[in-house]
Design a protein around this ligand. Structure first.
Ligand code: MLT
Length: 404
């Protein structure tokens, strides 16, 4: 008889953003007259930059002719894109990363969910709390955790590193030694950034203990402050302990286009085995590459025009971030984030739980955000607003929240 993967049964309810989407859809159906402003999921609203659109058109035309048609992409991605990434995202920042250490994918969500497959199921996982739910849920599915603990509202067998106001929303080195450490900076959901000095401590710790850091740098384009690293490879020794994941979703608006990449340095080995070769094996077997058209669009992100246009796009969203941050502060909220990240993290008022505030905001201001507790037990009492809306909707949301 067929059996199922019972690890899935450990997961409570549906995926966070699916739950929110359903709640909002139900509310809208019951109140069709209300104009809801959505600052929940971190989905972009600005159209693709002209340089990207041009590259897409050109690539589509190439597909129309036998001489320039492209079928399956190379396993690890097209050389033109991998070289552009290696040069612009790494070598120009002084990081020693080569094109053949880059694995092009359909986005950082897939990579951050799939990367755990190359590690044993007996590995101990450490995550920040609150945390992007994909890291935890995919390890639950793989059987790397115990049961869901209703009292603690998290999973047995996972090392949770509380990121609280008193530690600047940054994790501290855990007492129990983990094998896999997930870090995301600038952080989703709190918007907190880590300094290079602090990140170096994690790299040193991982090299000392033999742990591997999965470093999600999806929001690096939003860094505005000096001393905040754009890549973990800015830290000495990261090549022997870290895998970095990047996305084109947030810096270039590819949420609906889909493109990302993972960096696995050739020096990174565990049990005498190269993690680069394991990931290459996994990638080659399970993935047939991001589309040629999309990889050409990705290449345009690094063209002079693309860079200039995307700088403006990021600035547009950061204007929203400042607007939300200042608007909430003026209204008496306790807020953080929004300086090196497109997320604003606020304390819920009047002792409301995160979900109570979600309902309150939806029902009274018709504004959607994301409840902090959806990201983990230590997110309780917090709430996330995204800066990825339009400026007009952002202004409207803040006006409504201020009027509460
Ligand atoms: C979020 O809202 O946390 C992100 O949009 C989720 C994602 O990037 O998958």
């Amino acid at each position: 008889m067929v059996t199922i993967n019972k690890n899935y049964l450990k997961l409570p309810g549906s995926y966070l953003f699916s739950t929110i989407a359903k709640k909002v859809a139900d509310y809208q159906a019951a109140h069709p007259e209300e104009k809801i402003v959505r600052l929940g999921i971190g989905d972009v609203t600005q159209p693709l930059a002209p340089a990207i659109i041009d590259a897409l058109h050109k690539a589509v035309d190439e597909m129309a002719h036998a001489e320039t048609f492209h079928g399956y992409a190379p396993d690890l991605g097209y050389e033109f894109l991998r070289s552009a990434i290696a040069k612009n995202d790494y070598q120009d920042r002084g990081c020693r990363i080569e094109a053949d250490e880059i694995f092009v994918s359909d986005g950082a969500k897939s990579d951050s969910g799939n990367i755990q497959e190359i590690f044993g199921t007996d590995n101990k996982v450490a995550v920040c709390d609150p945390v992007y739910p994909v890291y935890v849920d995919t390890n639950v599915m793989a059987g790397r955790t115990g049961e869901y603990n209703k009292e603690r509202e998290n999973f047995d067998g996972v090392i949770y590193m509380p990121c609280l106001e008193e530690n600047g929303f940054l994790p501290e080195l855990p007492k129990e030694t983990p094998d896999l450490i997930y870090l995301c900076f600038p952080n989703n959901p709190s918007g907190a950034a880590i300094t290079k000095e602090k990140l170096q401590e994690w790299v040193d710790y991982a090299n000392k203990t033999g742990a591997v850091i999965i470093y999600d740098a999806a929001y690096e384009a939003y860094i505005t402050e000096e001393g905040v690293p754009h890549s973990i490879y800015e830290c000495e020794g990261a090549r022997t302990c870290a895998i970095e994941l990047r996305s084109f979703s947030k810096n270039a608006g590819f949420t609906g286009v889909r493109l990302g990449f993972a960096v696995v340095p050739k020096e990174l080995e565990r049990e005498g085995v190269s993690l680069h070769s394991l990931w290459a094996r996994r990638h080659g077997t399970k993935f047939n590459g991001a589309p040629y058209i999309v990889q050409r669009a990705g290449e345009a992100v690094y063209s002079p025009e693309g860079k200039a246009q995307l700088k403006e796009q990021v600035a547009y969203y950061m204007r929203n971030a400042h607007y939300i941050y200042n608007g909430l502060k003026d209204a008496g909220y306790s807020v953080s984030g929004g300086v090196n990240a497109p997320y604003i993290w606020l304390k819920t008022p009047k002792g409301m739980t995160s979900w109570e505030f979600f309902d309150y905001l939806l029902e009274t201001a018709h504004v959607v955000g994301t409840p902090g507790s959806g990201f983990g037990a230590h997110g309780e009492g917090y709430f996330r607003l995204t800066a990825f809306g339009t400026f007009e909707n952002t202004q409207e949301a803040i006006r409504r929240i201020q009027a509460l």
